[in-house]
Design a protein around this ligand. Structure first.
Ligand SMILES: Cc1ncc(COP(=O)(O)O)c(C=O)c1O
Length: 456
């Protein structure tokens, strides 16, 4: 298969870097082409000060769809089988996704949040259990833990990779720790060698939150297949998209059976009768969503290659700019899904221009960039949950105070103040789009003093 071959060549090229951490390298040997817009654009006034933007064209549209999606949806519509009970689309998608990730079983769910909730429930996580989590994630990772009355314990972020700092997990483990819940953030992969070694040594299972990392790989194995189970999201912004949707993958078929029962109101087996042997919820995916996913999967691999190729080029270019530090990858990452392209911004390289002013200037140049997450463990919802009657009764004030104390994450606080995100769709266009991103950053840097004086 040609795509596979070119991807391997690409990965061989990117794997040639660094000692302990590697940044993506370009797959191509061709010299950088002269950029017609770049030189004049850098010399002109920045758009935020009234100059001409580097680009006015939009980045690629998302979602991508054509007759494949149309036919898939119409076919479900006409079949009259819109729920998984009567149709075959959800089952077909589960089989396809399990095969694509190299796992024995897959269960589709209503969304990524419910995939996490279902997996946690199937793993028996509940009141009194501590779960190790990263603070640099979407709130759903934490909410799923809290919904089962378990206690999230935050481990600081590795600021170089934006992932949970696996070197700091051991210190957060107590006799109550029942689960390690790393997140593969932004399409990249947490340090799974270190996490799995700890899991084995301490007999604590791992649930991978891979909601942002479809098709990402660690040493050639798909994320979500390395721990006990892995969860994915197919929400509208995700690299695999059905508007809403989610999935759990695992090699533990008994666990997937329990998950199936939980997501089907606690009904085991085929689940079509009224025998309720467990608690559960209705968290089922519809046939329409599954049909969309099957159609979207026909492009997933090619899109992944496109993102990686563009991201590698972008990294090479941005890494040369003082004040810009692209997120690095652990050497075990053999495929980054690039749900986000992330870098750190240092105002010192930009005449003291604040990140907020930098982002505003980028947007004015036609390059939508955002600041990403704020420190999750400082959000009021967490303090409110810990102060609730249920949590005070289950854990008591001393354990809650200790969890809060152990959950200080200074590196993550710093990262939240420095991060800049570009979305995955921006990596789906031609090389010229990457040149525009770089040209915008360089132009802002050239005029950073002026912009700072007028906006800081
Ligand atoms: C890391 C992470 N976990 C969980 C979720 C929850 O997925 P969903 O929005 O499909 O419920 C998301 C979605 O944004 C996510 O990014």
């Amino acid at each position: 298969m040609t795509i596979k071959r070119s991807r391997r060549q690409f990965l061989n090229t990117v794997a040639a870097g660094g000692a302990s951490l590697v940044a993506a390298r370009p797959a191509h040997a061709a010299p950088r082409q002269a950029l017609p817009q770049a030189a004049p654009a850098a010399a002109t006034r920045p758009a935020v000060l009234g100059g001409t933007p580097v680009r006015t064209a939009a980045f690629p549209n998302w979602p991508v769809q054509d007759a494949r999606e149309e036919q898939a949806l119409i076919s479900v519509l006409k079949s009259g089988k819109w729920g998984r009970g009567g149709g075959g689309q959800v089952k077909a998608f589960e089989d396809r996704y399990a095969a694509a990730t190299g796992t024995r079983a897959c269960l589709a769910t209503a969304n990524g949040t419910s995939a996490l909730l279902t997996a946690l429930a199937a793993m028996g996580i509940g009141a009194g259990d501590e779960v190790i989590v990263p603070p640099y994630t979407f709130v759903a990772t934490i909410n799923a833990v809290l919904m089962l009355n378990a206690l999230p314990v935050f481990v600081d972020t590795d600021i170089e990779t934006f992932q949970i700092d696996a070197r700091k997990i051991a210190a957060a483990i107590t006799p109550q720790t029942r689960l390690l819940l790393p997140v593969h953030l932004g399409g990249s992969v947490a340090d799974m060698d270190a996490i799995m070694a700890l899991s084995t040594a301490r007999s604590i299972p791992v649930l991978e939150d891979a909601c942002q990392s479809h098709l990402a790989q660690w040493k050639g194995r798909h994320v979500g297949s390395l721990g006990t189970a892995g969860c994915f999201s197919f929400q509208a912004s995700k690299n695999l998209n059905s508007g809403e949707g989610g999935a759990i993958i695992s090699n533990d078929t008994a666990l997937v059976d329990r998950a199936h029962a939980f997501h089907n109101n606690g009904r085991p087996g085929s689940g079509s009768d009224f025998a309720y042997r467990h608690t559960g919820l209705n968290l089922r995916l519809t046939e329409f969503q599954a049909a969309l996913l099957l159609a979207q999967m026909t492009r997933l691999d090619a899109q992944a290659v496109q993102r990686e190729t563009n991201a590698a080029y972008l990294t090479t270019e941005l890494a040369q700019i003082p004040g810009i530090t692209p997120a690095k990858m652990y050497p075990g990452v053999t495929r980054n899904a690039y749900h986000l392209y992330m870098f750190r911004y240092d105002p010192a390289g930009f005449a003291g221009l604040s990140r907020a002013a930098f982002l505003k200037a980028m947007r004015a140049e036609g390059v939508p960039a955002s600041a990403g997450y704020s420190p999750l463990n400082a959000e009021p919802f967490l303090a409110a949950t810990f102060a609730s009657t249920a949590y005070q009764r289950i854990y008591g004030p001393a354990a809650l105070a200790s969890a809060a104390e152990r959950s200080r994450t200074p590196q993550n606080d710093r990262l939240c103040a420095e991060a800049v995100w570009l979305t995955q769709t921006m990596l789906l266009g031609p090389r010229e789009d990457m040149d525009h991103i770089v040209a915008a950053v360089r132009k802002i840097q050239t005029h950073a003093g002026d912009i700072a004086r007028q906006s800081n």
